[in-house]
Design a protein around this ligand. Structure first.
Ligand code: ATP
Ligand code: MG
Length: 568
């Protein structure tokens, strides 16, 4: 490809609304263009990358036995009524209707559609197990679309669904998919981690996420420094940090904290440590208010809280007025002594003694509070975020944290959808049985952004070889003035094409400096500079984008050198 026959439009300025590097670089390099909030066009250059990611995914899915198909993006609302998921997805669903006022959603995911397909298509255990997948545009009306294609509203997902007679068969395919995901991200060339995950609105029993490691990642991943354990912080089990509750050693005492509302203010006023305090958060419950209690230095984990059956879904903190009605005070002074709420305490809190909490009266806290003697709780649960330094929940080592970008999520759904939608088969005994199901999502467009997030420098993108839009760029100096440069460049260009190398030749009439910085920004892995002075010495200058170290390569060795250096 020649740049003059292609479409390369780069920008010097960093776009103002782009907060993270990948978004900035994708706009500056001209890979994507914004149409509206969370809506992007992929330019011919960007689309080449997207297609490479797609091909790798497709090859690995096919290798693992998946069958590619294509379902409609537009889904009848009735299907969603069968599974009762409209509420779970809430505002993310883009509702549309046709001229006959029939209701549809633009698909955010396809569990309902595939289950409908399968209940009509499969009726015997002999047709199982089977895995279908598609690569397709999804729409989710994200509350805050941001970071370009990292969290857009319209995006491309690979979604796969497997169907089984037994749980064992589901687990077997799930493991195969996990391996396929490993292979895909390894082939793309990114550092990643597979972690335990919360199943969220998709539901089911077990699930794991695949995270590309990057400092800008939206997710916190907790992992053991010496064992196998790794989990999204949403899911990571937080153990009790106090082995056994000590007997009370203090009397209960009410103390004045006239203007101290935050934990920080209270501990500095009373000259104590945060670990001696608790915080009580009032949230909406299914049956009246629920108090969630964590230690003062800990953070409430909303995902864990939301998963408790006593807590109303969607998760909602009580507002100031409701707090006043329930606790009789402002938010900063809520305590657990005679609080009219269902009190659920974190495991660490359950083992605390002689602690400090609000007095449910503005301007006062209690010190020397002890369970049983002074207050009661109704329930113990894991309510907090695990934190760095906690013992790993599997007993192996200590937890560390890394930031990750979720590029994939795999689920063992069980029979949640097949039961709701009556997707049954006849088993060996001729009895009707709901199918077991797994689902496996991967963000194709997000993967491109994640790759850039992990692989760039101050000059621009450094494409992993497997997904670079072109493998080699030819940068001729004085192409339009020197006949020799033009002829040699043309020869090399043709021979590279002959070898099946994806090469782009910059034949624009631009200054060398401009050309160089454009291709640093574009991140093509192998760069060959062709100039008269080097040709006098019978060499080309060669460098790799990742280290930009120039190296002379004899003209007649260049072709072999390149074919040996690019990944097949
Ligand atoms: P997130 O927590 O980031 O919102 P999710 O849990 O909603 O993701 P899934 O429903 O598991 O995501 O979707 C499968 C994959 O699709 C995700 O792993 C992610 O890579 C991708 N994806 C999800 N939402 C978006 C989005 N708004 N923009 C781009 N990719 C997305
Ligand atoms: Mg989401």
């Amino acid at each position: 490809m020649r740049t003059t026959q292609f479409h390369i439009v780069t920008r010097k300025e960093t776009p103002q609304d782009a907060e993270i590097v990948s978004h900035q670089l994708m706009i500056r390099a001209g890979l994507i263009r914004k149409l509206g909030a969370g809506l992007y066009s992929w330019t011919p250059l960007g689309f080449r990358v997207l297609q490479k990611v797609e091909s790798i995914i497709r090859e690995e899915m096919n290798k693992s036995g998946g069958l590619e198909m294509l379902m409609p993006a537009v889904q009848p609302k009735d299907l969603w009524e069968e599974t009762g998921r409209i509420n779970d997805f809430g505002g993310q669903l883009l509702a549309i209707h046709d001229r006959a006022e029939r209701d549809y959603f633009f698909g955010p995911t396809h569990e309902e559609v595939i289950t409908d397909f399968v209940r009509n298509e499969i009726n015997s255990y002999k047709q199982l197990p089977i895995t279908f997948y598609q690569i397709q545009t999804k729409f989710r009306d994200e509350i805050r679309p941001r970071f370009g294609v990292m969290r857009s509203r319209e995006f491309i997902m690979k979604d796969a669904y497997s169907f089984h007679l037994s749980k064992e068969s589901l687990v077997e395919t799930y493991e195969k998919m996990r391996q396929a995901y490993d292979n895909i991200i390894n082939r793309i060339g990114l550092k990643f981690r597979c972690v335990l995950a919360d199943s969220g609105a998709i539901g089911g029993s077990g699930s794991q996420e695949f995270h590309v490691i990057a400092d800008s990642g939206e997710d916190a991943i907790m992992y053991s420094d010496s064992g196998e354990y790794a989990a999204n912080i949403e899911k990571c089990a937080a153990v009790s940090l106090i082995g056994e509750r000590q007997a009370p050693s203090m009397d209960l005492q009410k103390v004045e904290t006239p203007s101290q509302k935050t934990i920080e203010e209270v501990v500095s006023h009373l000259d104590v440590e945060k670990v001696q305090t608790i915080k009580t958060l009032l949230v909406a419950g299914v049956d009246g208010p629920v108090a969630l209690v964590v230690r003062g230095d800990h953070q409430l984990n909303e995902v864990k809280a939301n998963n408790l059956i006593e807590v109303a879904s969607p998760f909602r903190m009580l507002d100031d007025e409701e707090i006043k009605t329930v606790a009789g005070c402002d938010a900063g002074f809520i305590g657990i002594k005679s609080l009219a709420a269902h009190i659920i305490v974190d495991q660490t809190v359950a083992n605390m003694s002689d602690f400090i909490c609000g007095a449910c009266e503005n301007g006062f806290h209690y010190i020397g509070v002890n369970w049983e003697r002074d207050a009661q709780f109704h329930q113990i649960a894991d309510l907090r975020d695990a934190q760095v330094g906690d013992p790993s929940p599997d007993g192996q080592g200590t937890l560390q944290m890394a930031r990750g970008i979720e590029v994939g999520h795999i689920f063992q759904l069980g029979n949640k959808y097949s039961k709701a939608m009556n997707a049954v088969v006849l088993n060996e005994k001729g009895q009707s049985q709901a199918m077991e199901m797994g689902c496996y999502g991967m963000g194709v467009s997000r993967m491109v952004a994640a790759a850039i997030e992990q692989s760039h420098d101050e000059k621009g993108i450094i494409w992993p070889e497997a997904i670079a839009p072109f493998q080699v760029v030819l940068l001729p100096m004085n192409y339009h003035k020197s006949e020799r440069v033009k002829a040699v460049t043309h020869d090399l260009y043709q021979s590279l094409i002959g070898q099946g190398v994806e090469v782009i030749l910059d034949d624009r009439k631009v200054r060398p400096g401009f050309m160089m910085s454009d291709f640093e920004l574009l991140g093509i892995p192998h760069q060959i500079i062709i100039g008269d002075r080097a040709l006098d010495r019978n060499v080309f200058e060669y460098r790799q984008r990742k280290d930009m170290q120039n190296q002379d390569i004899a003209c007649d060795k260049m072709l072999t050198f390149i074919t040996e250096h690019i990944c097949a």
